[in-house]
Design a protein around this ligand. Structure first.
Ligand code: SAM
Length: 341
């Protein structure tokens, strides 16, 4: 069955089966990677329906697009036509087979966004197809510059290769992990938030960062790519104001806090902390009522069935205009409000 691509990831409608579109690269990611890997001749050796290969064609002189599944490559060819690019040679076959590799000239870059199992208890680097070590061995005579996509749930210390690990957020959510080898490596670890190419690269110059037990006047929520990359300390220590600290809320949530207004593109939300009080749901509701709040977003690990029960109690008889974001740390409820940007 043919599906038109979801609007959110492609401006232009692409065609695919359900599986192809599920794994296709969102346009902002495809464009960013194509710009970063811009070169004369690139091979995308697991091209799927062409979401990434087509962007390579816009930024590179020539693209070889290889795919093992003939159905997918048929979609990729149609999508290249729809997107108006013709500088791609499509090859159907196993990217690791010597027949396929023999068809390629010397390359500037080899890229692969490999297939991975639809679900795994814990994502690992070992279940990718084609596998990273096998690709690097098979293509060693063609180039030493490789780029791979890997599951972003894997932490940097669990990547056993000498490469740059680039964690990427898209529209506020952790979305991709890119690994760059050879001359493509610019740092050990980096984080980027799209849209807008806001990047931080690991350096070893950060001073010690204070960890605060209470929030200050302002609280900032970092992009997930920064925390996953292990770069929050570095980001926090990069502000010239010295009263910037890390405020850990729970296993999943961490804020940067300060008495200063901070500007940073790698914060996805900025809040004014309006009240810190005991976690007593009735008292919080009464505080919110007295202070003209109308809605509460609970920012805590809370079972889905209990979420609405808690939220309905917190929002009982609220009729103001203000929207609270409520973080919970041990016995403290931290009432925040998004800062007008
Ligand atoms: C995640 S998808 C790629 C999606 C693609 N980047 C896009 O934007 O449309 C991975 C693809 O790798 C292909 N694949 C897996 N093993 C392969 C191999 N050994 N050779 C070539 N392609 C392979 C799968 O058929 C699948 O289409």
């Amino acid at each position: 069955m043919i599906h038109l691509a979801r609007k959110k990831i492609f401006k232009t409608e692409m065609i695919s089966d359900k599986d192809g579109i599920r794994f296709a690269t969102p346009e902002p990611v495809a464009e960013y990677r194509a710009k970063r890997l811009q070169c004369k001749v690139i091979a995308d050796i697991s091209c799927g329906i062409g979401g990434q290969a087509i962007y390579f064609a816009k930024w590179c002189e020539f693209v070889y697009a290889i795919e093992i599944d003939p159905k997918k490559i048929a979609y990729a060819k149609k999508n290249a036509k729809i997107m108006g690019v013709s500088n791609i040679e499509f090859i159907t076959g196993d990217a690791l087979s010597s027949d396929v590799i023999a068809k390629l000239p010397e390359l500037n870059v080899v890229f692969s966004d490999p297939a991975r199992p639809p679900a795994e208890k814990e994502r690992t680097i070992n279940n990718l197809s084609p596998s990273i070590p096998e690709v690097m061995k098979a293509y060693a005579d063609k180039t030493l510059n490789f780029a791979f996509e890997a599951p972003p749930q894997i932490s940097p210390e669990k990547i056993p290769f000498d490469c740059e690990k680039e964690y990427m957020s898209l529209e506020g959510k952790l979305n991709r992990l890119n690994l760059y080898f050879g001359d493509l490596k610019k740092a050990d670890v980096s984080a980027i938030a799209l849209p807008g190419s806001n990047i931080i690269r690991k350096n070893h110059r950060n001073r010690n960062v204070h960890r605060s037990r209470k929030p200050d006047v302002y609280a900032y929520e970092p992009e997930e790519c920064v925390t996953k990359a292990g770069l929050l300390e570095q980001l926090t220590s990069s502000f010239k104001e010295h009263d910037v600290s890390i405020f850990e809320i729970d296993e999943k949530r961490v804020l940067v806090t300060s008495n200063h207004l901070l500007e940073c593109k790698l914060f996805k939300n900025s809040y004014k902390v309006v009240q810190v009080m005991n976690f007593d749901i009735i008292k919080i509701n009464s505080y919110l009522k007295q202070n003209s709040f109308g809605n509460v977003i609970i920012r805590a690990s809370i079972e889905p069935e209990k979420y609405w029960e808690a939220r309905n109690t917190l929002e009982k008889e609220l009729n103001g205009e203000r929207k609270a974001h409520l973080f919970l740390k041990e016995n403290d409820a931290i009432v925040c409000e998004v800062l007008d940007q």
